[in-house]
Design a protein around this ligand. Structure first.
Ligand code: PMP
Length: 427
């Protein structure tokens, strides 16, 4: 037996499910036990059995600068040693961080910090409902916006209950939907502008927000069809609906200005987490001053003992400084393109039906004959069994990425040409 297996056995006695991380649900069914981590360094991760991996999991995305990036590490250690662990009172650096986010993301006039993407989404929908005095929120099949009861359920609705493609059942749901949530949530297939227009046309006056990832990252990195985000922006603007971009994954990753910079769309509110902290837990939401001011006058409350703690702010300030260095995103894009094209070429050469879809340092390998367009399409056309076989083989050869067919490979600024070569050889 391995150290990971032994640790898992011991942990299960004291921790229900054996692990505190989200890994439990994701790994079970794929492996008998999760890998227990010893350490990470740059693009590499080492488990407790001494196995080294080129890491494209990156902690589900926060380690955009790789593990232990020197600037962030130094900033955090310095802060603790010189200033302590400051909670619940402001530091001068909070506004500095807000200014950096505003400068990077033009649709953002003002910013509030919090601790997780889940909280940031919760606040954004709360703000939208207060601003519009409406209740309903449109979201999309196959997206994930955190684990709060209000939006979590039905990330992956059963297709049987989701309705036909041209007439989706807008309240298709997953198991355990809390009472009362369903009537305020409208769940639609993504990348279908006609259905969106139809629903907004009929129910627009009751809809507070359209909540979307600008690139669908929680069903394996699906790009918006040309014009889809533009249509979404126009439709929401016409009916006074708040457009919320969940850039928890894309923010500070597809560029300093996130996906909205790439696609040239200005949402009303944007949610950030993951990459923002460069490996440290911190999140934020920001947007139009008219909406954000509802926090200042107490219409919408936000809280949290750990919110904007000094360490989180120091980490995010340092992460944004590193990311803002000239050439960061050009290099990230270039190395990711090589990986994406290389993976597709290698797997096709082996005679496998494969499409590697993505943008910048985000991608997913779809074992499918053609590119996947949305969640319904993935359920029907992607070969998850083949993905699993390939994932296991890659893990054995020292390449780690998320075991879920609906997830992403993340590339960090720490990945090197050597990592890419090693990965392509393993493929
Ligand atoms: N939104 C998106 C798009 C996400 O991918 C995630 C996390 N994977 C969240 C929100 C929730 O963020 P957190 O895990 O920090 O609560």
């Amino acid at each position: 037996t391995t150290n990971s297996a032994a640790l898992f056995d011991a942990a299960r006695q004291v921790i229900p499910g054996g692990v505190n991380s989200t890994a439990r649900a994701q790994w079970s069914g794929w492996m008998p036990y999760p890998l227990f981590v010893d350490n990470g360094n740059g693009s590499r991760l080492q488990d407790v059995d001494g196995n080294q991996y080129v890491d494209y999991l990156l902690g589900l995305g926060p380690m955009i600068l790789g593990h232990r990036p020197s600037g962030v590490t130094r900033a955090v250690v310095d802060f603790i040693e010189r200033r302590g662990t400051i909670f619940a009172l402001p530091t001068a650096e909070e506004a500095v961080l807000a200014e950096k986010i505003i400068a990077a993301v033009p649709s953002v006039d003002q910013v509030r910090l919090c601790n997780t993407g889940t909280e940031a989404v919760l606040y954004a929908t709360r703000l939208a409902r207060a601003f519009t005095r409406r209740r309903k929120v449109i979201r999309f099949e196959g997206m994930y916006h955190g684990f709060s009861d209000g939006v979590y359920w039905s990330k992956h609705p059963a297709l049987a209950k989701a309705g036909p493609d041209d007439r989706p059942n807008p309240v298709a749901q997953g198991p355990g939907m809390p009472e009362g949530v369903e009537e305020n949530l409208i769940i639609l297939p993504w990348n279908d502008a006609d259905i969106l227009a139809d629903v907004i046309g009929r129910e627009g006056d009751e809809i507070a927000a359209v909540l979307t990832e600008p690139v669908m990252c929680n069903t394996g990195c699906i790009l918006p069809k040309p014009g889809f985000l533009e249509t979404m922006r126009t439709l929401t603007q016409e009916r006074g609906i708040v457009l919320i971009f969940d850039e928890v994954i894309t923010g500070f990753r597809l560029g300093l200005g996130g996906a909205q910079e790439r696609f040239g769309i200005r949402p009303d509110l944007t949610v950030f987490a993951k990459g923002l902290g460069g490996g440290f837990p911190v999140a934020a939401l920001g947007g139009h001053a008219d909406i954000m001011k509802l926090v200042a006058d107490g219409t919408v409350s936000m809280a949290g003992t750990y919110t904007a703690n000094g360490i989180a702010v120091a980490a995010a300030n340092a992460a944004l400084d590193e990311l803002a260095r000239p050439g960061t995103y050009d290099r990230l894009d270039r190395i990711s393109d090589i990986l994406r094209e290389g993976l597709e070429a290698e797997l096709r050469a082996a005679g496998l039906p494969v499409n590697v879809v993505g943008i910048g340092p985000l991608m997913q390998v779809w074992f499918a004959e053609r590119p996947i367009e949305n969640y319904r399409d993935a359920e029907r056309h992607a070969d998850q069994g083949l993905f699993r076989l390939w994932w296991e083989g890659m893990l054995e050869r020292g390449v780690l990425f998320h075991p879920g067919a609906y997830e992403n490979l993340f590339v960090s600024t720490a990945h090197t040409a050597e990592d890419i070569v090693l990965t392509l050889r393993a493929a």
